[in-house]
Write a protein that binds this ligand. Structure first.
Ligand code: GDP
Length: 297
């Protein structure tokens, strides 16, 4: 399970504080050291950890704790609040266009779960909003990606636009959008190509697609299992494409959790959903407060 180690370590670090009538500076320092190590081991970005510890220490040594009747509990509450803040405070939804269709462009490295997540999102919109999504297969370099999306479309009974002959992804997207307009679909979800690493041609292509599609949402799909690297990738994608949000996949795996905890602080962009498995139903709205409480047990 994700966060298992981090969870244990943090709970241990805080356990010593509970039940104490008074908390000394030394107690706070000791707990901070443990929390710091736990976060670093979970692969949270070091700068994010540094800021976090600084805030925790400042608040823990401040009035709200010293004057509290249960100072240990108060510190735990502070850690919970700051952990929530680190991940973004409130749950954030998709940006809806005032006119149809709302366009969602998915971006991310290969293998992160983009194509799978297109299907999950379509399924979710159909179920929650009785929406009629339209999918565009913009990953033309990986032939299996088109088949994969066609299969998802067939499973969901949702139209998929693809054009294996066309070499320009921007053109495919343009044609796909025109077809969606004819059928008055309310959502268009565009799958795009990924690479194993970020490269210039990929970024250029994505910028072109963005210019043509004028998406209301650019969602960066990030594999939580890749830890610290995921946060770096997110930073680059965001600098180039100004993404609107992040979907963190594979949180069902044995991830240390660092990506979930660092991405918001590094990009300033919210995590909208998390992928919790390979099935179409395995997509959940991300609630920072619930995640913090889950981690702290
Ligand atoms: P793409 O290259 O980014 O389009 O990635 P795919 O959608 O093809 O996904 C790559 C692999 O990750 C597939 O085997 C998916 O089933 C798997 N996958 C995607 N999302 C999740 C998730 O949330 N959890 C798990 N466990 N596997 C996932």
């Amino acid at each position: 399970m994700a966060f298992e180690n981090l969870s244990e370590r943090l709970q241990k670090a805080l356990r010593n504080l509970t039940g104490k009538g008074k908390i000394s500076e030394e107690d706070i320092n000791a707990a901070s050291r443990e929390i710091r190590l736990a976060l670093l081991e979970a692969d949270v970005n070091f700068k994010v950890v540094k800021d976090f510890i600084k805030t925790i220490k400042k608040r823990a040594l401040g009035q709200e704790v010293q004057e509290s009747l249960t100072p240990g509990q108060q510190v735990i509450k502070i850690v919970n609040e700051e952990l929530t803040k680190m991940m973004g405070e409130e749950a954030v939804g998709l940006t809806k266009s005032p006119h149809i269709p709302t366009v969602i462009m998915m971006v991310g490295l290969q293998g992160t779960g983009k194509t799978t997540t297109v299907g999950k999102l379509a399924y979710r919109l159909m179920k929650e909003e009785k929406a009629r999504p339209f999918l565009i297969a913009g990953d033309i370099y990986r032939p299996a990606a088109i088949d994969q999306l066609e299969q998802i479309g067939a499973d969901l009974k949702v139209p998929v636009y693809s054009d294996p002959e066309e070499k320009s992804v921007a053109k495919i997207v343009e044609d796909g959008l025109a077809e969606a307009a004819v059928h008055r679909n309310d959502y268009v979800i565009i799958d795009t190509a990924g690479r194993l690493e970020i490269d210039e041609p990929l970024m250029k292509e994505l910028e072109e697609v963005k210019a043509v599609a004028q998406p209301d949402n650019i969602l960066l799909v990030v594999d939580a299992m890749t830890g610290q690297a995921a946060a770096d990738v997110a930073k680059t994608f965001n600098e180039r494409l100004d993404v609107t949000g992040v979907i963190l996949t594979k949180l069902d795996g044995d991830t240390r959790g660092g990506a979930a905890l660092s991405i918001r602080a590094i990009t300033g962009k919210p995590i909208l959903f998390t992928g919790q498995g390979e099935k179409l139903t395995d997509l959940e709205v991300f609630h920072p407060d619930r995640m913090a409480s889950r981690i702290l047990g």
